[in-house]
Design a binder for this molecule. Structure first.
Ligand SMILES: Cc1ncc(COP(=O)(O)O)c(C=O)c1O
Length: 397
């Protein structure tokens, strides 16, 4: 009997997918728009409408769309040599690692280039467990670190919602946000690492603050644990500094970054302190696609544009302008840092998101239902913020 039921379900699922002409796994809720092309901070839908993109593909399109130097760098690299593995030396890869460490303005010694935020976190946790020989990791309530076995294990709420693995690969405990006593209780000589998003993105741009991050740093030093900053969402200029670690002046042992790092070319990186880097030897870590030359060309172009277009200054200026001007209509307050903005709303943020989309403005929501999340390209300008402000003003409170 079960066999028959399975066949029926499978057949009906196939028929349903065929009817919808969509063979993509049905795991994503989708916004009601279809994008045909994009330029700067503007999307054009397949119906020819223009939409202001304040969500940037989950914080990925840092340079916006059709950025000429980024596009040219990818095309040039594609024509020159599109791929060689990490077993073969390539100047573009070595340059990229050097540029990334210098861009960070932090005392990192080396970079392990990978493909996604989850993969960067997976490797950071693996290195921490191996270096310390311990089996416990502390994470922070509300944090999101990715969907793979280790990254999901340290993601708040994953186990009750979607984790799927029968057990976590190490012991995990969660520290309530800004709870200094809990740091002392939970970060002990059994703890390999603490992993933290300095500004929690999916949670709604929740800024954990310098005192809490500094307390994590000093407790890690006391017990010999490693501090990992997950800057997959809040890094690469989004805080108005190269990384949130610069913004808060707290130095992690490892830092993971992805999303805006490649401006849409899939890539990620794990930056390592000299001590951690010294623990690695050939075969400690590995990847086929990580550090591919196309990804490296994209990263180089992103770093070069952030510098030449003075985007860090712009993020600070335009981020402050959003906070000054957009607490209007149904918005009652703001949180977050730079261009990782959470607008607190008087009614469900999902309602406001839908209303803004009808006005031609794409925004995001968060796991906090009263937070509208903005993750715009770092090239955003004040007059585009005015478009949002005017639309919010016209919405019911
Ligand atoms: C802070 C943070 N870490 C990790 C991830 C996972 O990154 P990826 O989807 O590239 O695996 C995300 C994705 O949203 C994120 O926001």
């Amino acid at each position: 009997m079960p066999k028959k039921r399975l066949t029926t379900t499978t057949d009906s699922a196939i028929r349903r997918a065929a009817r919808q002409h969509d063979f993509l796994a049905p795991v994503f809720a989708r916004y009601p728009l279809e994008v045909a092309s994009a330029q700067g901070v503007w999307l054009t839908t397949s119906r020819g409408e223009r939409v202001l993109d304040l969500y940037g593909g989950h914080a990925v399109a840092g340079l916006g769309y059709a950025h000429p130097q980024w596009t040219a760098a990818l095309a040039r690299q594609a024509e020159t040599c599109q791929f060689q593995s990490n077993a073969v030396a390539m100047q573009v890869r070595e340059r990229t690692a050097r540029h990334l460490v210098r861009f960070s303005r932090l005392p990192f010694a080396s970079v392990f280039l990978v493909n996604s935020g989850a993969e960067a976190n997976e490797n950071a946790l693996k290195v921490a467990l191996r270096v310390t020989g311990r089996s416990h990791v502390a994470a922070i309530e509300g944090g999101f670190h990715g969907r793979t076995a280790a990254a999901g294990a340290v993601t708040w709420g994953a186990q009750s919602k979607w984790y799927g693995f029968p057990r976590t690969p190490f012991d995990v405990s969660f520290i309530p946000r800004r709870d200094h006593d809990a740091i002392v209780a939970q970060v002990t000589k059994h703890t390999a690492a603490v992993i933290v998003e300095p500004v929690q993105g999916v949670a709604g741009a929740v800024d954990l603050g310098a005192p809490f991050l500094a307390a994590l740093r000093s407790r890690c030093d006391e017990v010999g644990a490693l501090l990992i900053f997950d800057e997959v969402q809040c890094g690469v200029g989004r805080s108005g500094e190269p990384f949130a670690a610069n913004f808060y002046r707290v130095r992690p042992d490892m830092l993971t970054t992805a999303k805006a790092l490649g401006n849409g070319f899939p890539c990620a990186a794990l930056l390592l302190s000299p001590l951690v880097a010294a623990s690695l030897k050939p075969d400690s870590l590995g990847t086929t696609f990580g550090g591919g030359p196309l990804a490296c060309a994209a990263i180089e172009a992103v770093i070069a544009a952030i510098r030449s277009e003075r985007l860090l200054e712009r993020v600070r200026r335009v981020g402050a302008y959003i906070r000054r001007s957009c607490v209007v209509g149904p918005v009652t307050g703001h949180q977050g840092v730079g261009l990782l903005v959470g607008l607190r709303t008087a009614r469900p943020a999902a309602e406001i998101q839908a209303e803004l989309l009808e006005c031609g403005i794409l925004t995001g929501t968060a796991s906090d239902p009263q937070v509208l999340r903005l993750l715009p390209p770092l090239i955003l300008e004040e007059q585009q913020v005015d478009v949002l402000r005017d639309a919010l003003r016209a919405l019911p409170e």
